[in-house]
Design a protein around this ligand. Structure first.
Ligand code: SF4
Length: 55
């Protein structure tokens, strides 16, 4: 069951990346700048514990 959830999570990430590029968290994150964020998934993060929406 856990493996099925992991598979569906990867499928969702693939779908967001190719179908909904505007849905990346970084596009709306106030840390979306090299000096503010060093996470390797920037600028295409779809899940991020540090995400903070721009004011
Ligand atoms: S903190 Fe997370 S969501 Fe924000 S820019 Fe960095 S990787 Fe993207």
């Amino acid at each position: 069951m856990k493996q099925a959830l992991s598979w569906s999570g990867r499928l969702r990430q693939w779908w967001l990346r190719f179908r909904c590029p505007s849905e990346f968290l970084c596009d709306h994150c106030k840390y979306d700048h090299p000096s503010a964020c060093s996470r390797p998934q920037r600028p295409n993060a779809v899940k991020c514990p540090d995400y903070r929406p721009r004011a």
